[in-house]
Design a protein around this ligand. Sequence first.
Ligand code: PLP
Length: 449
Amino acid sequence: MTQASSTQNLQADSRDHVLPPFTDYQALNAKGARVITKGDGIYIWDSEGHKILDGMAGLWCVNVGYGRQELVDAAAKQMQELPFYNLFFQTTHVPAIELAKEIASIAPEGMHKVFFTGSGSESNDTVLRMVRHFWACQGKPEKKWIISRLNGYHGSTVAGASLGGMKPMHEQGDLPIPYIDHIPQPYWFGEGGNMTPDEFGVWAAEQLDKKIQEIGADNVAAFIAEPIQGAGGVIIPPATYWPTIKKVLAKYDILLVVDEVICGFGRTGEWFGSQYFDLKPDLMPVAKGMTSGYLPMGAVLVGDRVAKVLTEQGGEFYHGFTYSGHPVAAAVALENLRILKNEHIVTQVKEKTAPYLQKKWAELADHPLVGEARTTGLLGALELVKDKQSRERFPGGNTGMRCREHCFNNGLVMRAVGDTMIISPPLVITCEQIDELVALARKALDATW
Ligand code: PLP
């Protein structure tokens, strides 16, 4: 069978039997999905043998790159020893204990405990139940509102999609669930109007204060936010945003939940985005980079204040998942952390590759299509516009999709969020590979123009 006909057979079987997530099924039926067959380092290959630079690290997760034998060996060893046991009902196992201890050693100050989950969405479901339980334990069950942000992303389960601020997700299935409200996002390029970025950062953060007053501080349990919005379009908040949010939170007794599912485990050049922005979270949902995506796993890191109430006043926490702390995933996560540490990957991002990406990415701003080129750590975005001055977009709203197609057909995965192109490459990318990524991005911009 030729490569092309084998691909066609796979596409037909996929169309007949697989309902993939976040996919327009009519569009897929017309075209067929690209079949990815292998990965090595920062590259993936499709079923027709094309080599593609994975500028998204899978889905923001393959941080140590593809094909790491150490992770395969760690999984195989653990599978032989103990493929499954649970953390329910007063039992535990070694990989979960060792992993929790290891994570506590790199976590922001004052976070020593870990609640394991199977994904980022499950982590945010856990957050919702944990913050309400925390306040109820202290005789404040009315403190149950959670404030989040429009266009934030916190997962796809009912709680995750409700906490998130994605309108299309809310429209399917009558979300958000009660006692969740959203404030504007700190997206200066798209929504800043005539304000400077710094003015807009303060304005966006002050919307939190307004919302808390509207709901009543006595009714608000927590504020949840990503350090940098990922799925919303790599929205890097203006420098004034987080300091102003911190000032607002200091006025009220409200928990801070920092969703580190993307920023966690090195993406910003610090272990966590909270350290990058000097935040002191009460809870931190994580996933993705925890195992570099080799196996599904997530967690909620729990700060001392919440942990003390849960462990001293909480009684039973009626919440958890069969695969919470799965031993094979935990063994892989431990090995993944060992690789990150032994190879000094997070330091390398901070000192070498993130500054290099920032410089090279900024050069793309001279392209006639690009209204803004921004990065933090190894996250980047390009705003595609018709008019750089006014930030006006092209009519039709499909410039990003066209650019995405040109990228993919020319050997680069770059994602389109509307007309914002985003990247989040594996953390092991080298400066030479950044040159290659930026050259491929420019080629795609030229083809789109
Ligand atoms: N939170 C953030 C910030 C995310 O980016 C994601 C996924 O992209 C999630 C939560 C949900 O994670 P998962 O897809 O593992 O459920």
